[in-house]
Design a protein around this ligand. Structure first.
Ligand code: AMP
Length: 452
């Protein structure tokens, strides 16, 4: 078994890792740390939860301490992150790993006043963690100089592109010195990321810790077919019945997240929303409450939830199915971390059946269906031969083709929904739990605030 001390890390870093309680390196650390210490570029295919932050932070810190230039501190490592949450978490990790080192790090992101960030920059930094917008803003104002960066990390590159940051990234790349070491991490590797990687990585080592393999098979997944309007009732029932004390619910929109929180609160369930329209303070408060176990349910949009690093999430609810199949894998990967198992429920309404087809194609399985609940809506089930992706608005144009396909929607050849419905792995309770017995949101009232 390879240990941290076999990877070539300095004694200060080993002490910090030990203090964090890490016993052995994770696969992404095992594969990335040695080439990074040897000065290589790395292309990492890994998602949050794999230990990827330490995989780049430890080698960066080792490089920072190996040779300190005599001049005043200047930014020698730049980490770009798509969201404020993720950026803050990376910064927090740098803090943990550098406790025994003389390294100054700082995070900057938008949505908060720039004054304190500027003052920290003026004092001098070794490592800067930033979201692209604020970074370019402060570079434009002359507060940041990235021309001495030796180590450039682009984290969550796929999300960066999804969020439209490609131009910003290209601008940043132009401002970096030619001679530097690069690291790109992405949970998925579509062709757009591959070409971005090609544009600036040199002779990179690829480290592939594919998310599907890590997460999907340890997670007990279920799909429920339902009308959109009934989703909040099903959700409340499951939360109360299963006494969910640490669950995350994904909605497509910020507005949907807010509305759902109100509905859950009305059903006697404490919940908080986290999304881009909330102030940084509100987001931090919600996340802290969730981490400490005071708020059992966090309702999030994909973007805001990116990088949320909370151990012990037992349930993930795909309240709205994601339109990108990869997001499904990211979302359910929030549970079943660190070798634990977890449960993922997806609520599929009539407009989302094509998304379900895409998801099942990506994960290579049909997700077991729970039909035995009072809000089951058969028409939401994908039709035989349905194509993945968005389905046309059924009211838009009534072609004879679409009418033929509707066929009262019972795809005999598909999934074997009913008989597989309570299959899943070893969670005997899921079958009994189904809706019929609870009627509304009354059953097992508010007894869900167990320990985490
Ligand atoms: P990340 O994928 O970087 O977001 O890390 C996910 C979580 O795993 C964080 O809470 C880390 O503190 C933790 N972690 C990172 N490396 C290890 C390790 N080798 N052993 C145990 N936990 C780790």
């Amino acid at each position: 078994m390879t240990l941290f001390k076999d990877l070539g890390l300095s004694s200060q870093l080993l002490k910090a890792v030990e203090r964090e309680g890490y016993e052995t390196p994770t696969p992404v650390q095992l594969q990335s740390i040695p080439p990074l210490l040897a000065g290589k570029d790395v292309l990492g295919i890994a998602q949050t939860g794999t230990g990827k932050t330490a995989a780049f932070a430890l080698p960066v810190l080792q490089a920072m301490t190996a040779e300190r230039p005599p001049q005043k501190r200047r930014i020698r490592a730049l980490v770009l992150s798509p969201t404020r949450e993720l950026a803050a978490q990376i910064d927090e990790r740098f803090g943990a790993y550098s406790t025994h080192l003389d390294v100054r790090h700082r995070v900057i992101f938008g949505g908060v006043k720039q004054g304190p960030q500027v003052r920290a920059l003026q004092k001098g930094l070794d490592v800067l963690i930033a979201t692209p917008g604020r970074l370019l803003d402060l570079i434009g104002q002359g507060h940041i100089d990235i021309s001495h960066v030796e180590f450039f990390v682009l984290d969550e590159a796929d999300r960066m592109l999804d969020m439209g940051f490609i131009r910003d990234i290209q601008k940043v790349l132009k401002l970096l010195p030619k001679k530097r070491q690069n690291l790109l991490f992405s949970a998925t590797m579509p062709s757009s990321i591959a070409s971005l990687a090609n544009s600036f990585l040199r002779d990179a080592i690829t480290v592939d810790v594919s998310p599907e393999e890590i997460t999907v098979d340890r997670i007990d997944q279920h799909i429920l077919f339902t009308r959109k309007a009934d989703k909040h009732r099903i959700l409340a029932n499951i939360i109360l019945d299963e006494e969910v004390s640490c669950g995350i619910v994904f909605t497509r929109t910020k507005h949907g997240a807010n509305r759902l929180v109100k509905q859950l609160v009305q059903a006697g369930i404490e919940a908080a929303a986290i999304h881009g329209n909330k102030s940084q303070g509100a987001r931090t408060k919600a996340l802290d409450g969730f981490k400490r176990g005071n708020i059992p349910i966090l309702v999030a949009t994909d973007i805001a939830s990116r990088g949320i690093d909370v151990d012990g999430i037992t349930h993930v609810f795909n309240y709205d199915l994601p339109n990108e199949p990869e997001s499904y894998v990211h979302r359910i990967g929030r549970t079943a971390r660190a070798g634990r198992s977890g449960v993922a429920y997806g609520f599929c309404d009539e407009s989302e059946s094509g998304y379900l087809v895409g998801i099942q194609r990506l994960i290579g399985n049909e997700i077991p269906v729970i039909e035995d609940h009072e809000y089951h809506f058969e028409k939401a089930r994908p039709k035989p031969e349905q194509k993945p992706g968005k389905i046309k608005d059924p009211n838009a144009k009534k072609s004879s083709n679409s009418r033929r396909r509707s066929n009262n929607g019972r795809p005999k050849g598909r999934s074997g929904g009913g008989n597989r419905s309570q299959g899943g792995g070893g969670r005997g309770s899921s079958g009994q739990r189904s809706g019929g017995q609870q009627g509304g949101s009354s059953g097992g009232r508010r007894n869900h605030r167990g320990n985490r």
